[in-house]
Design a protein around this ligand. Structure first.
Ligand code: MG
Length: 263
């Protein structure tokens, strides 16, 4: 598992010589690895009974593309075409772009509400698949998140799991300096969700926590995953600049080497 995460991160270093959101993608690699290789049941991208995953923080989609390719949903060579004109790998995920992308996202605050629709459909159809929605912590400033949070508990969607990538940074600054949001328990509990907090880079802790879903029968679950933006590249870790800066060509070798050494 650690090897898979490292391989994904190394791939992201080379992919992000163009385009932004390198740090946003590196932040969620461990969460994606555990979900796709240990937790979710997705025999094929169009299996009607598959678990669903929505990347609501769609700007981090390079990490999702790489995970889907590692999973075998499309050839890894396609990753070399990231952001190419006329290619399949857009800067934000588009349903129909590559197999495994469940929803078009990028406008923040919408993923949880798409997830609610999917979870409600499962409930109505008597299916037991789960729906996982990964959001950013800055994204929690969107009012639509809380409209959805309120509805999900009203509908008793215990097949719905929200995951917060709590890296404490957003596009222009630290979350606490832009619009402080209590991502840590209080608001979610007030909206009827059951909360667990984990180290978002600890595979064992993530896996054990996801296995406990639903945390309480009849209630939606939220996992607050404490992460480090740009995890794995020491000189860019926990810096908001990693949201926009791409990887300089002369740094690729160093970053890849550091990732190998860390493992
Ligand atoms: Mg963030």
């Amino acid at each position: 598992m650690e090897k898979i995460s490292t391989e994904i991160r190394k791939r992201l270093v080379t992919m992000h010589q163009t385009g932004s959101h390198f740090g946003s993608a590196m932040s969620i690699v461990d969460i994606l690895t555990v979900l796709y290789f240990k937790i979710m049941n997705i025999p094929s991208p169009d299996d009607p009974d598959r678990d669903r995953f929505i990347l609501s923080k769609g700007h981090a989609t390079s990490a999702w593309y790489t995970t889907l390719a590692k999973k075998g949903f499309f050839p890894e060579e396609i990753l070399d075409t990231y952001l190419d004109d006329g290619g399949q790998l857009y800067g934000h995920p588009v349903r129909g772009g590559v197999p495994g992308v469940e929803a078009s996202t990028g406008s923040l605050g919408h993923g949880i509400n798409i997830g609610i629709g999917m979870a409600l459909a499962a409930q109505n159809d008597g299916k037991d698949y789960k729906v996982y929605v990964l959001m950013g912590d800055g994204e929690l400033q969107e009012g639509s998140v809380w409209e959805g949070a309120m509805l999900a508990s009203r509908l008793k969607l215990d097949n719905l799991v929200a995951i917060i990538d709590a890296n404490k940074l957003q596009g222009f600054d630290r979350v606490e300096n832009i619009q402080p949001i209590n991502t840590f328990r209080g608001k979610w509990e007030a909206f009827g969700w059951i909360v667990k907090e984990v180290d978002g880079h600890d595979h064992g802790e993530l896996e054990a926590t996801f296995h406990e879903v639903p945390f309480k029968s009849g209630c939606p679950s939220v996992v607050i995953a404490h992460t480090i933006k740009c995890k794995g590249v020491p000189e860019m870790e926990n810096k908001f600049e990693s949201h926009y800066l791409s990887v300089p060509k002369d740094k690729v070798e160093q970053y890849v080497k550091e990732l190998d050494e860390e493992r």
